[in-house]
Ligand binder design. Structure first.
Ligand code: PMP
Length: 441
């Protein structure tokens, strides 16, 4: 039976971001909590949360039941009607957002949330350009991939219509020759302001930033950076879109990554953790001035499944479960007590670990072939034998890591048991010795 699953997959399924012929996907038959089980009954500890979305773990019974109950009552109703699940999901999301952000436009995922946030910003300002940082990911649809500042954009970009990229702060690989966080912050803000001025400030609708860039390397911004972005947006009449698709819904040990900083955006995009990925859902949280733009003027955009009841029921149950089980607090403790110190120990042991960055349940190991020059262990946008060996060893020993180019991200469920998290770190620790063998001496 499971062999048939694999055969049919290879015969008929066209996979994302892949050369099709060389794929050998694992067949996953079931999952529970922090584990997934393959077709041979092997259990893997999920340190990836899949694509960083199973924030409350797999198959939480309360969310499964809420989806079942909603399906039994009303599977679907079109966006123009009001519906209990949608109203309640919007209320709960708005309640978690900063004050004055009371309206939610629902989408099917992150990329379409980004598309709509950009459209709202363009219509609100009457301007067209959008600034986005290098080392970012905003989604796979056309506008979202044009905004993306990593190699996944390259083959998809036909001249980045209306998009201008700039460098954000990233001290470990500083573009600004900075040696302290404060210097990096000041210079990155100066660079952003120069970019705004040289592009023509009154042509720029929005600046989009992942609050903490995720797939591009988990790079928490230095203190003051987002506050500085807010000030620049105010000075030049630009909309700030905070992309919280990956960092939001507890991942950082706060409901939004934004809660770690003292700055309020105009639009927030979210997806992934809002339903723990059980049913696809995303959205845009809208501040009052942008809402007011569309009070009497038609918002020219929509989606057949905007605010789908099954997804909204999953969101309501996920958020309530996170509150009742104090799962956001658990993520903060996981970071401060287990992952933070554990990864620091690992970094101290392994020459191939250049830097550890992160917070809560959101961590990256930046792996290097040479600790002095910080040459990455795989080329930008590529793979390497060393990375393949590390990932292979993790899987062989029952750990599913999240690997991206020269980085391993440690992004488990927020409520993973501490002893399970420590077991995962042990497997990772052992696997990284294979990376050390590739380090220049
Ligand atoms: N923004 C960010 C920050 C993301 O991490 C992602 C997905 N990894 C997206 C947008 C796109 O979301 P989706 O894949 O749900 O379209």
């Amino acid at each position: 039976m499971t062999h048939r699953t694999y055969e049919l997959d290879r015969a008929h399924v066209f996979h994302s971001w892949s050369a099709q012929a060389s794929l050998t996907p694992m067949v996953i038959e079931s999952a529970e909590g922090s584990h997934v089980v393959d077709d041979e009954g092997r259990r893997y500890l999920d340190f990836s949360s899949q694509l960083v979305y199973t924030n409350i773990g797999h198959q939480h019974p309360r969310v499964v039941k809420a989806i079942q109950d909603q399906a039994a009552t009303l599977c679907t109703i079109a966006p123009q009607h009001a519906n209990a699940a949608r109203s309640e999901a919007a209320r709960l999301v708005a309640e978690l957002a900063p004050e004055g952000m009371d309206h939610v436009f629902f989408t099917n995922g992150g990329a379409d949330a980004v598309e709509h946030a950009v459209r709202m910003a363009r219509l609100h300002t009457g301007r067209r350009k959008v600034l986005s940082r290098y080392r970012s990911y905003h989604g796979g649809t056309q506008t979202a991939v044009n905004l993306t500042g990593d190699p996944r954009r390259w083959p998809n970009d036909y001249g980045s219509e209306g998009v201008v990229h700039f460098f954000g702060p990233f001290l470990y690989r500083s573009e600004f020759h900075a040696t302290t966080e404060q210097e990096e912050c000041e210079r990155a803000l100066e660079h952003l302001e120069r970019t705004i001025v040289m592009e023509g400030s009154d042509t720029i609708a929005a600046i989009i930033l992942e609050t903490i860039p995720g797939t591009a390397g988990i790079m928490p911004p230095p203190p003051g950076y987002l506050e500085g972005v807010r000030a620049l947006c105010d000075r030049y009449g630009i909309v700030w879109i905070a992309d919280e698709v990956m960092a939001g819904f507890g991942r950082t040990g706060t409901w939004f990554a934004l809660d770690l900083y003292d700055a309020k955006p105009d639009l927030i995009t979210f997806a992934k953790g809002v339903t723990s990925g059980y049913v696809p859902l995303g959205g845009v949280i809208i501040s009052e001035p942008i809402y007011a733009t569309f009070a009497d003027r038609v918002y020219p955009g929509g989606l057949t499944y905007s605010g789908h009841p099954l997804a909204c029921a999953a969101a309501v149950a996920t958020i309530e479960t996170m509150k009742d089980e104090r799962i956001v607090e658990a993520a903060a403790t996981l970071g401060s007590d287990v992952l933070g110190p554990g990864l620091a120990d690992i970094a101290a042991k392994h020459p191939c670990v250049g830097e550890v960055r992160g917070v809560g349940a959101f961590w990256a190991l930046d792996l290097v072939a040479d600790p002095q020059t910080r040459e990455p262990l795989a080329p930008y946008g590529g793979s390497s034998p060393a990375m393949n060996e590390i990932v292979g060893a993790c899987k062989k020993n029952g750990l599913l890591p999240f690997a991206n180019y020269h980085r391993i991200h440690v992004v488990p469920a927020l409520n993973i048991a501490h002893d399970e998290a420590r077991q995962g770190l042990e497997i990772l620790d052992e696997a990284l010795s294979l990376g050390d063998a590739h380090v220049a001496r």
